[in-house]
Design a protein around this ligand. Structure first.
Ligand SMILES: Cc1cc2nc3c(=O)[nH]c(=O)nc-3n(C[C@H](O)[C@H](O)[C@H](O)COP(=O)(O)O)c2cc1C
Length: 176
């Protein structure tokens, strides 16, 4: 199961350099296949757990949308890797800012299952160059919270996530 929350230790004194970046890019694979997404998420979670980076990644109409947050130096290194990664192209930073708190502090990299309405809202945001990080985060944090609540419900009903019969969408990924 890929959705277990993880602790997000904030290195002491790092608060002042905490940065958030929102970017979108075009998947080379066009449809951004579930298998490719799963590979990317596995890499992201490993690297981010090591580097104190957290965030959210989703795909909308063949485009990746990602918010990454963490110490500025770690994000610089990650952005350099992302710019070289052949799995996507046309990476465009939509907003970059200093922040005092993380939106996705419990997640090395979460990819919530999105309802059709949420996917449509994200697609609208992508069409409007004035849309900022807060607008994307409002949709994505709610989707993560809803998914978390649903998984908690399943756990409390004794459904052991990961051993249960695979359920469509439980990989935490969907695309418009
Ligand atoms: C859309 C997309 C998002 C990614 N997000 C992350 C991420 O959040 N953290 C990360 O470490 N790698 C991420 N990666 C993978 C990196 O580009 C890179 O392949 C990975 O960090 C391994 O790099 P290394 O072998 O140089 O350590 C992402 C790749 C893509 C295509």
């Amino acid at each position: 199961m890929t959705l277990a929350p993880v602790p997000s230790p904030e290195p002491q004194g790092a608060t002042t350099s905490l940065t958030q970046i929102l970017y979108c890019s075009v998947s080379r694979d066009g449809a951004s296949s579930v298998l490719q997404m799963s590979d990317i998420l596995n890499e992201a979670r490993l690297g981010n757990a090591r580097d104190g980076v957290t965030g959210v990644l989703t795909a909308v109409q063949g485009r990746f949308v990602q918010i990454i947050e963490g110490p500025e130096a770690a994000l610089e290194r990650l952005m350099a890797k992302l710019l070289r990664d052949p799995r996507h192209t046309a990476l465009s930073v939509l907003e970059r800012r200093r922040t005092a708190r993380r939106f996705f502090g419990d997640w090395d990299m979460v990819s919530p299952r999105l309802a059709p309405r949420e996917l449509s809202l994200l697609a609208l945001l992508l069409e409007d160059a004035a849309s900022g990080l807060d607008a994307y985060a409002a949709i994505l944090t709610r989707a993560v919270a809803e998914q978390d609540a649903m998984l908690e419900g399943r756990r409390s009903q004794g459904d052991v996530i990961g051993r249960a019969r695979p359920t469509p969408g439980m990989s935490g990924w969907s695309e418009a």
